[in-house]
Ligand binder design. Sequence first.
Ligand SMILES: C[S@@+](CC[C@H](N)C(=O)[O-])C[C@H]1O[C@@H](n2cnc3c(N)ncnc32)[C@H](O)[C@@H]1O
Length: 307
Amino acid sequence: MVKTKGNAKKFGMHPRNVLRQPPDYTKLAIKYKDFRKECELELNGKVSVNFRNENTLRELTKMLLKEYFDLNVDFAPGSLVPTLALRLNYILWLEDLMEPLKLKEIKGIDIGCGSSCIYSLLGAKKNGWHMLALESKLQNIEYARENVKKSQLEDLIEVYAQPEKTSIFKSYFEKDQQELQYHFCLCNPPFFDSNLSNPFGGNTRNPERRPAPNNARTGSQEELTCVGGEVRFVQRIIDESLENKLRVRIFTTMLGVKANLPRILDYLKERQVANVTTTEFHQGHTTRWAVAWSFHAELLSQERSCS
Ligand SMILES: C[S@@+](CC[C@H](N)C(=O)[O-])C[C@H]1O[C@@H](n2cnc3c(N)ncnc32)[C@H](O)[C@@H]1O
């Protein structure tokens, strides 16, 4: 079993994360009407934000994307409302992984872009990255395409309708005549196992399950579950990476459960994938884990790696 050096206290939010300092919600509530409607005014004249309310989270994320990145985003009803601090931490880590490559143009793949298409939008708007956004849920595809259009990023982002939920790159790569090479892929996988009778569970003593979130849980069952949960989903990415070793320079994925990290590292090790690194994303009370692997000669930075 591969052991990780995980030490949550060692890492804070990424140093370049614009949300490292909490935003001035009172000022923002004055500026954004729809967000203001969701805020509560305290006796001291400051506003407070109820993170346990889904509508509040929705307006908060929309407002922050507009304020910090001038992105116009909407989310399909009932779909996952992404938290911006975490998505930014992931994008900033990708920037760090890309930096030593000194590339003029960067092409990335967003596996399961959701209705928001948030990672692709951030990558394109913030860094000018070309993004291929893969999504299997019809309603999410429609919203993602509309979000790309509203933000005038059609030149940089292609949203591809994934025909099979069990496939990752296969369908797109098979029909791609140009055989384009990508520099990275990213993924926030469906976490929960659809085979379980109660996939979202409530038993926080069970390490298989994620602890109860501080924020309202958002997202449909179709978006958040898959057969075998995130471990099986990520194993599928690994399997397909072995078939497409040179099509993507650095494969990455996030993990929602700490106990799944050693499982994924073991899976990589069993397949003789040695160029691997990991990191942790910290935002408030929430921690997530991420893994990167590559079949290229340049070694991934081992700064936050596993032993
Ligand atoms: C946990 S959500 C992440 C959404 C978005 N990336 C985010 O972070 O907010 C996972 C998404 O992957 C999609 N999905 C599931 N299986 C997929 C597959 N094989 N290919 C592409 N998308 C998939 C789901 O419909 C869902 O929108």
